[in-house]
Design a protein around this ligand. Structure first.
Ligand code: ATP
Length: 248
């Protein structure tokens, strides 16, 4: 059933009672959430809570044992990842995974593989968003810094013309200044019309950016609210913002 939200817009992504198993282990125990067109939605949770599994399931890398997933009102659960890219669901997995022996330019070209030719406007837009990549356009991707590789992974996904961008821990292992740049770029990408589902350990910054968030605990959604509500929630502050509270 399509959820028509309070403001009358249907969800772009709707996940309903999804269960995902790794053999005997239930990694997701019947979770439900939605992402509306134009939103940034954050998925938070401790290690092993099921955030990555959720993204892999939405992007078609994993199949739910039960439940349903709709995108733009059509059922997508069970459709493989390469076909979902064609619908505009692009995934930047944890750990970046750029093609290390290819140049920055070739990596960006690969992002447009589903089109006959690369869209020059998309290419120019990506290089505007990431001037660092323009400066390193001929450099082998494997020799880029961690932050630059993250930029390239996001830029490559943008070459696929996403409607929904799935970002898994884009700030992982990056210096604070680079993290701030990456978050600012996510904001700009969203302003340009791309809906974002963001997995982050960096709860304070993710919630400051997100319209809404969901907190996962051992495969279940235990809390949801707007970014502001979750930032103010005592349970979130205790579990995920401990350091920030201590530091302030
Ligand atoms: P992290 O923040 O550590 O990346 P996460 O919230 O993304 O964690 P998932 O990676 O989705 O969590 O893992 C959810 C659960 O599924 C964990 O208990 C994990 O051990 C288990 N799991 C994940 N991948 C596999 C796998 N390939 N085989 C078996 N169990 C797995």
């Amino acid at each position: 059933m399509t959820d028509v939200t309070k403001n009358g817009t249907a969800a772009l992504l709707e996940v309903t009672d999804v269960e995902v198993r790794y053999g005997a282990i239930a990694a997701l125990k019947g979770i439900s959430f939605d992402v509306r067109e134009g939103e940034i939605v954050a998925l938070l949770g401790a290690n092993g809570a099921g955030k990555t599994t959720t993204q892999k399931t939405v992007s078609g890398m994993m199949r739910p044992a039960s439940g349903s997933i709709t995108f733009d009102r059509g059922r997508i659960d069970g459709i493989p990842a390469h076909e979902l890219i064609g619908l505009g669901i692009c995934h930047v997995p944890e750990g970046r995974h750029v093609f290390p022996r290819m140049s920055v330019h070739e990596n960006l070209e690969m992002g447009a593989f589903r089109f006959k030719t690369m869209d020059r406007n998309d290419y120019d837009r990506v290089l505007e968003l990431f001037p660092r990549l323009r400066e390193r356009i001929k450099q082998q991707a494997g020799t880029l810094s961690g932050g630059e590789q993250q930029m390239l992974a996001i830029g490559r996904a943008l070459m696929g013309k996403p409607r929904l961008l799935l970002l898994d821990e884009p700030s992982m292992g990056l210096a604070p200044l680079v993290v701030a740049q990456i978050f600012e770029i996510i904001r700009e990408i969203n302003k340009a019309g791309v809906t974002v589902l963001l997995v982050e350990q960096n709860a304070a910054q993710a919630l400051a950016l997100a319209n809404r968030g969901y907190v996962l605990e051992t495969g279940e959604i235990v809390l949801t609210g707007t970014g502001e509500e979750l930032l103010a929630d005592e349970r979130v502050r205790a579990a995920y913002l401990g350091e920030e509270i201590a530091a302030s």
